[in-house]
Design a protein. Structure first.
Length: 274
């Protein structure tokens, strides 16, 4: 998720949401080439922070056990030799400011940026995330002129808003709200026709609500989604190794099909000017 961090960190008590049992064998994960093993804050438990609940396609269902990142958390726990996943909800601005609420890592549709890397360590990417167009179902948007003609809603804290302003340059003044949840409410209410999101997030929403949303296109971009770890965490190398194994054995590709419905390659590219 491309939201700008808030510099002032408000005190927050994370909300414990779920503890999911896993059929994991053993008590230690496969070590990296250097012999490092995952060091959880709670023995046998992978504690995962996330901000947006529900997040269709990523965190949904009873106990937040369904969705791409929920399933990725379970797969990571198995790779790391842990028995359970515990989910805690932490506000997005708090996460990006470096406070994961005592979680081992965060899976919250996070895009690594230079400013965030001053407060967090990021894993290797698990998804590419160019800008995606989330539109009301039935919206036609085949080229840049179609995008310009749409009524947009934007978040004042999103790093994607300047991309919309600079590349698309809508004909109508967009509806401006504070965050993604408010932007989706505007889109659902019909006060706007389109919202620019990280492509996997847009795909997850359209897959979960096909009668309401569609993803007619994407803009060029090289953004990615990655897990965030506390700065200086000893676990970054072992998390990177686990993610690479999940990429190599096809687990992540299967999760994309199951929870997002389409991959980046299936979405038309709309080239922008400049």
């Amino acid at each position: 998720m491309s939201e700008r961090p808030v510099r002032k960190l408000a005190a927050v008590t994370p909300v414990l949401l779920a503890v999911c049992a896993l059929a994991a064998s053993g008590c230690a994960g496969e070590p990296t080439s250097s012999g490092a093993q995952f060091q959880p804050r709670t023995s046998g438990v992978l504690t995962v922070a996330t901000a947006f609940l529900p997040a269709p396609g990523f965190w949904q269902g009873r106990g937040w056990r369904s969705g791409f990142e929920a399933a990725l958390a379970a797969a990571l726990a198995r790779e790391l030799g842990l028995d359970r996943v515990r989910v805690v909800q932490v506000p997005f601005a708090t996460l990006t400011a470096g406070n994961l609420g005592r979680a081992d890592l965060a899976l919250s549709q996070l895009t690594p940026t230079a400013s965030r890397e001053r407060s967090l360590d990021f894993s290797t990417a698990y998804l590419t995330a160019p800008p995606g167009v989330l539109a009301a179902a039935g919206t036609n948007a085949d080229d840049l002129s179609d995008l310009r003609a749409l009524r947009w809603v934007v978040s004042s804290t999103s790093t994607l808003t300047p991309i919309l302003d600079d590349r698309v340059r809508p004909e109508h003044d967009p509806v401006v709200v504070e965050d993604r949840s408010q932007a989706l409410a505007v889109l659902r209410a019909g006060r706007a026709r389109a919202l620019l999101l990280d492509l996997p997030v847009a795909l997850g929403l359209a897959h979960a609500e096909p009668g309401r949303f569609s993803v007619p296109g994407q803009l060029p971009g090289d953004e990615e989604l990655a897990a965030a770890l506390p700065q200086g965490s000893p676990n970054r190398e072992v998390v990177d190794s686990a993610l690479r194994r999940l990429q190599a054995d096809g687990t992540i590709d299967r999760l994309v099909v199951r929870w997002l419905g389409r991959s980046e390659d299936d979405v038309p590219l709309i080239r922008s000017e400049g």
